[in-house]
Design a protein around this ligand. Structure first.
Ligand code: RP5
Length: 166
């Protein structure tokens, strides 16, 4: 899957089973009109393709890579090892450890090769995309205005919240 313009953000995931979570990153990128692409690249089942993707990323114009994986989630770290494009890691909930394994696998990168790590699941996927938007907004005033409006809408919604009488 890819947006029509040259992608600025790559969304990759270790399996199609990660899509339920990772679709929330793609939804944000669509909402903000950020050119993007999304595909399955598995660290342990497609290692050659993973390295090729990472090696080509900067030359293709990608400004951020959002990488989601579950379990022994080495995809974000291994991609980060092969590119200086910022990697935003999303821990996908796993079957037995509910994503705590994914989180620890992604967040505990040794010093020198960073992976920015987000919350487990849907919130992490959406926030990784919002961070990519913020990174791009640093040099795109129109995108910055859309991001500010997005935040203002959340503020207004929170201010309008009412609790039931107790
Ligand atoms: C990881 O293994 C994927 O990121 C996924 O979260 C997990 C399970 O993959 P499937 O067995 O569902 O393909 O590589």
């Amino acid at each position: 899957m890819s947006d029509q313009a040259k992608p600025l953000v790559g969304v990759i995931m270790g399996s199609s089973s990660d899509w339920d979570v990772m679709q929330h990153a793609v939804a944000i990128l669509k909402q903000f009109g950020v050119p993007h692409e999304a595909q399955v690249i598995s660290a342990h089942r497609m290692p050659d393709e993973m390295f090729a993707y990472a090696e080509a990323a900067r030359g293709r114009g990608l400004r951020a890579i959002i990488a989601g994986a579950g379990g022994a989630a080495h995809l974000p770290g291994m991609v980060a090892a092969k590119t200086i494009v910022p990697v935003l890691g999303v821990p996908v909930p796993s079957r037995y450890l509910r994503g705590e394994d994914s989180l620890l696998s992604i967040v505990q990168m040794p010093k020198g090769v960073p992976v920015s790590t987000f919350a487990i699941g849907e919130a992490g996927a959406a926030n990784a995309a919002l961070t990519a938007v913020a990174m791009l907004a640093a040099t795109d005033d129109a995108l910055a205005a859309r991001l500010q409006e997005f935040r203002s809408q959340q503020t207004a919604a929170a201010k309008a919240m009412h609790l039931p009488n107790v």
